[in-house]
Write a protein that binds this ligand. Structure first.
Ligand SMILES: Nc1ncnc2c1ncn2[C@@H]1O[C@H](COP(=O)(O)OP(=O)(O)OP(=O)(O)O)[C@@H](O)[C@H]1O
Ligand SMILES: N[C@@H](CCO)C(=O)O
Length: 328
């Protein structure tokens, strides 16, 4: 495959404790998607070795998002492509693989129609180009993934609270924050996981999450780590329902807190996990967190240290060297 248009989109972590369906963070862990519009293309998805991805054609969310946006913008029948995907993680791990697919498909359709076709789009973009985000793109994302906490950070980078298609609060996190992600060797479908959540919650639980959200924001502005610590421990909307069935989650959380980390949250709908700590301690924590993850979450768990991604969607001129997806 010889892709003419290449997008780099960060993996994301959503919820961040109390910000269920509201907050998300882009991570320095990247998906790269190269589109090839050659004659005969039929929306095939392959990895960097040319092997078909284990995604059924009806689950090809890049295509669904692309055709949806093309139609929505009045473009008629969308030209077919094949895509090579260098995925950050396997789907269903909680690091925004569906958001990546939605952002790639919606943005591609939007940008092609804005530019007057794929050829003019390709000739107009430079390596590293970061296109401005428009509210109609965000509306397109939300048509397919009704909560913005993965899709919007994947598109714009950074820590994001998207209130509606025109209101996106985007912040950088204090440099002192260290992050580690843990990827268990099994997957969870977000759709199924959401079915376990109650539709109504008490006033007490609502207040706990509201407090947590405000503490998160104040941490971002002040850098006070004690506020982040309280925020990360405050969720009552989703983690209490999702985590009891996850092997080793509670034991891992206790162990992480005993090591002096700031907190640990479920990443999106899981089973991925994110650990927050003081970055000056990273070297000291690396082997310890790996050992704890293997002991509590499972021997095949991947542990990856990362930072917030500040860029969101970026155009590349060549596929970077292939990297194996982080999957156990
Ligand atoms: N490379 C891809 N190409 C096309 N569709 C994809 C791709 N990766 C993921 N998807 C779609 O996303 C679905 C997985 O979405 P799901 O929300 O369950 O997992 P996730 O996005 O990894 O988790 P979370 O939303 O908690 O971060 C897949 O079933 C598939 O439909
Ligand atoms: N906020 C979403 C993120 C996963 O897409 C959830 O927790 O279900």
């Amino acid at each position: 495959m010889n892709p003419s248009l290449i997008l780099r989109i960060p993996a994301t972590t959503a919820n961040l404790g109390p910000g269920f369906d509201l907050f998300g963070l882009a991570l320095s862990l990247y998906n790269t998607i190269g589109f090839d519009f050659d004659a005969g293309a039929d929306f095939r998805l392959v990895d960097t070795e040319g092997r078909d991805l284990p995604i059924a054609p009806e689950d090809n969310l890049i295509r669904t998002a692309y055709e949806h946006m093309y139609r929505k913008l009045g473009g008629g029948k969308a030209p077919a492509w094949n895509a090579v995907v260098d995925a950050a993680t396997a789907p269903g791990k909680g690091f925004g693989s569906s958001a990546m697919a939605v952002v790639a498909g919606v943005h591609l359709a939007w940008a092609m129609l804005r530019s007057g076709g794929i050829d003019s789009l390709v000739s107009s973009v430079e390596e590293g180009f970061r296109p401005e985000t428009h509210s109609d793109e965000i509306a397109g994302f939300l048509d397919l993934e009704p909560h913005p906490d993965n899709v919007v950070p994947a598109r714009v980078g950074g820590w994001v609270f998207c209130s509606d298609t025109r209101t996106v609060l985007r912040h950088s996190l204090p440099d002192s924050l260290g992050l580690a992600i843990l990827i268990p060797d099994y997957s969870i479908s977000t759709e199924k996981s959401r079915q376990s959540l109650p539709l109504q919650i008490s006033r007490e639980d609502t207040l706990a999450n509201m407090r947590g959200c405000l503490l998160w924001l104040e941490y971002i502005h002040s850098g006070r780590i004690d506020l982040l610590e309280q925020a990360l421990a405050s969720d009552r909307l989703h983690e209490p329902y999702r985590t009891p069935s996850l092997p080793g989650y509670q034991a891992m959380k206790q162990a992480v807190l005993r090591e002096g980390c700031v907190g640990m949250t479920l990443s999106g709908s899981g089973p991925g996990i994110i650990v927050y700590f003081d970055r000056t301690r990273q070297e000291q924590l690396e082997s310890r967190l790996r050992a704890l993850a293997l002991e509590h979450i499972g021997p095949a768990t991947i542990v990856h240290f990362c930072t917030p991604d500040p860029d969101g969607l970026v155009y590349l001129k060549a596929m970077p060297g292939a990297t194996a997806p982080l999957q156990a």
